[in-house]
Design a protein around this ligand. Structure first.
Ligand SMILES: CC(=O)SCCNC(=O)CCNC(=O)[C@H](O)C(C)(C)COP(=O)(O)OP(=O)(O)OC[C@H]1O[C@@H](n2cnc3c(N)ncnc32)[C@H](O)[C@@H]1OP(=O)(O)O
Ligand SMILES: O=C([O-])CC(=O)C(=O)O
Length: 378
């Protein structure tokens, strides 16, 4: 029986301060370095938001030009990375591919153990530029297609579509995609960011921190939920089946993926913006039935439980309408969250305090070690 006060899952515990972002649950607001995320999602590029999260303020025109230029010349993967990707079995989940690829990028970077701020920022910028290329190479090989090289004439989001599909879609699709990246980019001490901060607190390198974060994001209670949302919608099929499916799921004691949140109890601040992007995608692609299904499931879950959808709920179907297959969904989240993870790595590095909580022991009492002949076995 626990004697001290235990905070399971660290729920409600304020672990540290941060200047990167603020969630105000009471007003359903989320700000990145003081700017409301909804405004950033509708008026900025992903590159501008990355600059903001890393360097503390939005870039001037000149700063943005040189930041963009750096990103464009860093996208290409070297032969070693491409070779590592080729050696991973094609059936491997893309999140495992990312985890391996980032780990390899670290082993291949002579600056890996340089703790200086310029080196940290340079490595973060390199990962932001290369991760989309890794995701695109993997996306194409899973579909038996040749790799498409990055196009330095295109912005990050447009180039990503080019590398995945060989063409850039209508500006509206790119805009919705970019909005999703901005909404996904940062969310304070979520599980994957916290994992990155724990690794950084031991003075380990930024690649190790991001590798750990990718592992944490993969889980279906966190980033992996956007894939589960789409599997669920496919299983339900049509809006008229939503009530029966949700009732059965809840009666079986299972969770409905894409709903609920550790921090937001009155709705996720990012959902209205992403839901609007999904609606635009559904209009563009003539996917009215999918939209009916999305609305029907939300209505039934809200009616039965009062639990609101989180960002993974609208982003899953939006990514499908943009042309991505389900295994690519969480890697898209990772491409975006790379920015938040590394902004927190930099903050944690400056702080230089080891993260090491306590536990209360509730196992067997102290006892002597018996010789093998005296052991009882099971
Ligand atoms: C971008 C993101 O990573 S957002 C999160 C994405 N994850 C998901 O969508 C997975 C589904 N959701 C969940 O599992 C949870 O809501 C979490 C893990 C996100 C947050 O959970 P916690 O803060 O730990 O709350 P917890 O899981 O204890 O839920 C509290 C209660 O609400 C219920 N609940 C929470 N989420 C759901 C859900 N999605 N479906 C049904 N019931 C739910 C729980 O069963 C629990 O009920 P109980 O008190 O009767 O046991
Ligand atoms: O904050 C969380 O716990 C999960 C989440 O929504 C995110 O990481 O975007």
């Amino acid at each position: 029986m626990a004697k001290t006060s235990i905070h399971k899952g660290l729920a409600g515990v304020v672990v540290d301060t941060t200047e990167v972002s603020m969630i105000d649950e009471a007003t359903n607001s989320l700000t990145y370095r003081g700017y409301p995320v909804q405004e950033l999602a509708t008026s900025c590029s992903f590159e501008e938001v990355a600059y903001l999260l890393w360097y503390g303020d939005l870039p001037t025109e000149q700063q943005l030009d040189s930041f963009r230029a750096r990103e464009r010349v860093t996208r290409t993967l070297n032969r070693g990375t491409l070779e590592v990707l080729r050696r991973i079995p094609e059936s491997t989940h893309p999140m495992d591919v990312l985890r391996t690829a980032i780990s390899y990028l670290g082993s291949d970077d002579p600056a890996e153990d340089d703790p200086s701020m310029p080196a940290q920022h340079a490595m973060a910028e390199a990962m932001m530029a290369r991760l989309p290329t890794i995701v695109a190479v993997d996306h194409r090989r899973r579909h038996g297609l040749e790799t498409i090289n990055p196009d330095p004439e295109l912005g990050l989001a447009e180039n990503f579509f080019h590398m995945c599909f060989g063409e850039v879609p209508e500006p509206e699709v790119v805009r919705c995609f970019e909005a999703s990246l901005i909404l996904y980019a940062e969310h304070s001490f979520n599980a994957s960011t916290f994992a990155a901060r724990v690794v950084t607190s031991t003075r380990a390198d930024i690649y190790s921190a991001v590798t750990a974060a990718i592992g944490a994001l993969k889980g279906p209670l966190h980033g992996g939920a956007n894939e589960q949302v789409m599997f669920m919608l496919e299983e339900i099929g049509t809006a008229d089946r939503a009530a029966e499916w949700v009732d059965r799921t809840l009666a079986d004691g299972n969770k409905v993926m894409g709903f609920g949140h550790r921090v937001y109890k009155h709705g996720d601040s990012r959902v209205p913006t992403m839901m609007a992007a999904l609606e635009r995608m559904a209009d563009l692609k003539g996917a009215g039935e999918l939209m009916d299904l999305v609305r029907a499931v939300e209505e039934v879950v809200m009616d039965r439980t009062g639990i609101h959808p989180n960002l993974d709920y609208p982003s899953g179907p939006a990514y499908q309408l943009m042309g991505f297959d389900i295994p690519a969904f969480t890697p898209l989240f990772a491409m975006a969250r790379m920015i938040g993870w590394t902004a927190h790595v930099v903050e944690q590095k400056e702080e230089d305090a080891l993260i090491r909580p306590l536990s209360e022991y509730v196992g067997r009492e102290r006892r002597p070690v018996p010789v093998p002949a005296q052991r009882e076995g099971d």
